[in-house]
Design a protein around this ligand. Structure first.
Ligand SMILES: Nc1ncnc2c1ncn2[C@@H]1O[C@H](COP(=O)(O)OP(=O)(O)O)[C@@H](O)[C@H]1O
Ligand SMILES: [Mg+2]
Length: 171
């Protein structure tokens, strides 16, 4: 059975960290949602302009296309995408029944502390606040799990595997 896990949450919640760990222990390919932005969005972000939802639809559809290609190959995968709004998640799962979400949550103070140590990725404090304000948590009818990421990287990985009911390859 094909399994597609979209690791979601605000910037700094640990999406890339969790997805890389999950991809490694499961032997799955991984995609960074941010890599799917069309050139117009990249240009906007470079100029410091915020993206609006019209900018986001083609981006989200590109991520969904990648997921569809993996499904067609019978290949499970893991994808990072903040997926803050339900309407964004609707695009990501549209036509892709293998998709489930893994929402990473923790306190804003802990995220700020971790971000200060993150290399090569500056984020203004206001961005985190606006992301927290925008966030629409998973609704009961959405296929997904919520994992607290306050622990160590290893603890978080174990919690993610447990919540998703996954067993790493070779164990
Ligand atoms: N469980 C953890 N414990 C400590 N630091 C963590 C943990 N998970 C992630 N980090 C660190 O927090 C920062 C943000 O994580 P990252 O995976 O880049 O988040 P995102 O992809 O959601 O923006 C990085 O510096 C990362 O190394
Ligand atoms: Mg990331």
């Amino acid at each position: 059975m094909v399994d597609t896990v979209i690791v979601m949450g605000v910037s700094g919640a640990g999406k890339t960290t969790v997805a890389e760990d999950l991809a490694r222990v499961m032997g799955w390919p991984m995609a960074e949602g941010d890599d799917f932005h069309p050139p117009a969005n990249v240009a906007k972000m470079h100029e410091g302009q915020p993206l609006n939802d019209e900018d986001r639809w083609p981006w989200l559809r590109s991520i969904a296309d990648w997921i569809g290609q993996r499904e067609a190959e019978g290949q499970s995968s893991v994808v990072t995408c903040s997926a803050l709004k339900r309407s964004y998640r609707d695009v990501l799962r549209d036509g892709h029944p293998s998709v489930r979400f893994c929402h990473l949550i923790t306190g804003i103070g802990l995220i700020r502390g971790r971000m200060e140590h993150r290399k090569g990725h500056y984020m203004p404090p206001s961005l985190l606040e606006s992301q927290v304000a925008t966030l629409e948590p998973l609704e009961p009818d959405e296929n997904g799990v919520v994992v607290d990421v306050s622990g160590t990287e290893q603890e978080v990985l174990q919690a993610v595997l447990k919540a998703l009911g996954l067993t790493p390859v070779g164990s």
